[in-house]
Design a protein around this ligand. Structure first.
Ligand SMILES: *Cc1c(COP(=O)(O)O)cnc(C)c1O
Length: 408
């Protein structure tokens, strides 16, 4: 039997049925019209933001990186919970603007921004986190044509990475950001062109559950920002410290000690170099805010035995849960937290693999886990499904189409 990942706190067992808030999952499935279904808990997201705010110094604002989950009801809830939003495409920008989020709260990073996307951000008044000199020149030209003042920050490719990070996005040659030594010249160019200079965006990696790794990356980020500000000869209005706060997905993972991260940051904030004395700060987080607040529910369609192994074949699969299937940025496949939601808390009776309805061996949501005996009609819950689920999976693969999504 292979271990399963840890089920996040905040879910309840109501007479043997998984419940989210006050509702059991069978009711939620009925209300939504069926499975496969993503359920996101507003309360759990609010609790997570509250925990983060208790941990972080007040001076550090919280931004939500919407690529983790852009479900409209979630964005709406977030707009009341966080200070700002980070988008990485014109489509994401549009979603926020349609919800009435003020553009002054939005920054736009990401490589390969097209002219139409730059123009939309400039016209709205969002901050551009510039990824290259060429992008800066295009944006300055477009701002001139539109007759608006560009709000510009530079995304820095840091000369270090976030240790223990699931996805490294800094350190060495990268398509993201501008190499540190080229930053001061571009900052001066932006200021000289009459744009509104906003500062730096330094993102060193994702999915770290080690507080020490995040503390170290933040210290290096502050030092790098101070050095680059000094070399640029410009005040630094804003510094996006990146994020990288991870969540426990796999057996043996422990939650990030966010209190330790906040305490270390508070110490540094109390003793900032002069270049950062007037700077506003933010962290930009995705999965840490929403990942554990989402569950993916799928119905067992068939129960079969092959060469003595039990397979629970479900109506969902990797087309909604690429990450849980082990095919999204993981090297060694390990099990996510998965449970039989309609026999929640019941003792383990057998070893079974939970597979999806796609005709590919990649479509496996749990490999040889220990479960109570499940039958067709039972619901399976895949936890940690609030981030990089619905929108980071190949939903059209094999003609399957999207899952339902609800927020409760
Ligand atoms: C993906 C991404 C994030 C969010 O990452 P999480 O691991 O979900 O917190 C934040 N900032 C940038 C620049 C990103 O590319």
């Amino acid at each position: 039997m292979k271990p399963l990942g840890p089920i996040p706190h905040g879910f309840n067992d109501k007479d043997g049925i998984l419940s989210i808030g006050s509702k059991d999952v069978r009711e939620l499935v009925r209300e939504a019209g069926g499975t496969p279904l993503f359920v996101y808990s507003r309360q759990m997201v609010a609790d997570r933001v509250a925990l983060l705010r208790r941990a972080l110094p007040e001076r550090v604002h919280v931004h939500y990186a919407i690529k983790a989950n852009p479900f409209p009801a979630l964005l709406q809830a977030m707009s009341e919970l966080v200070d700002g939003f980070d988008v990485a495409s014109g489509g994401e920008l549009q979603k926020l603007l349609e919800l009435g989020v003020a553009a002054g709260r939005i920054s736009f990073a990401g490589p390969g921004k097209r002219d139409a996307e730059l123009a939309a951000a400039l016209a709205a008044g969002a901050t551009l986190n510039l990824e290259s000199e060429a992008e800066a020149e295009r944006a300055l030209r477009l701002a001139g044509e539109l007759g608006v003042t560009a709000r510009m920050a530079i995304r820095v490719n840091p000369d270090f990475d976030l240790k223990g990070s699931g996805m490294k996005m800094g350190g060495g040659a990268k398509p993201f950001g501008l190499d540190a030594e080229r930053v001061p010249a571009l900052a001066r160019r932006i200021a000289a062109a009459g744009a509104e200079w906003r500062g730096f965006h330094i993102f060193a990696g994702s999915q770290a559950i080690s507080a020490d790794a995040i503390i170290e990356a933040q210290a290096r980020t502050l030092a790098l920002a101070a050095r680059l500000a000094s070399e640029s000869g410009l005040a630094l209005p804003h510094l996006n410290l990146g994020g990288g706060f991870g969540i426990p997905y796999f057996p043996g993972d422990a939650p990030l000690d966010v209190m330790a991260v906040g305490a270390a940051l508070a110490e540094r904030m109390a003793d900032l170099p002069p270049e950062l004395a007037q700077t506003e700060f933010c962290v930009e987080l995705g999965r840490y805010l929403v990942g554990e607040a989402g569950v993916y529910l799928t119905t067992v369609i068939d129960r079969k035995v092959s060469h003595g192994e039990v397979f629970l074949v479900c109506d969902g699969g990797m087309h909604h849960q690429l990450a849980a299937s082990g095919n999204f940025g993981t090297v060694v496949r390990r099990n996510y937290p998965v449970a039989i939601a309609t026999r929640f808390g019941a003792p383990v009776e057998e070893e079974a693999s939970v597979v999806g309805c796609l005709c590919t061996p990649l479509d496996r949501l749990a490999d040889k886990g220990g479960f109570p005996r499940a039958e067709p009609g039972d619901l399976v819950a895949v936890f940690c499904a609030g981030a990089y689920g619905a929108t980071a999976s190949p939903m059209q693969f094999l003609g399957q189409g999207p899952a339902r999504e609800i927020m409760v």
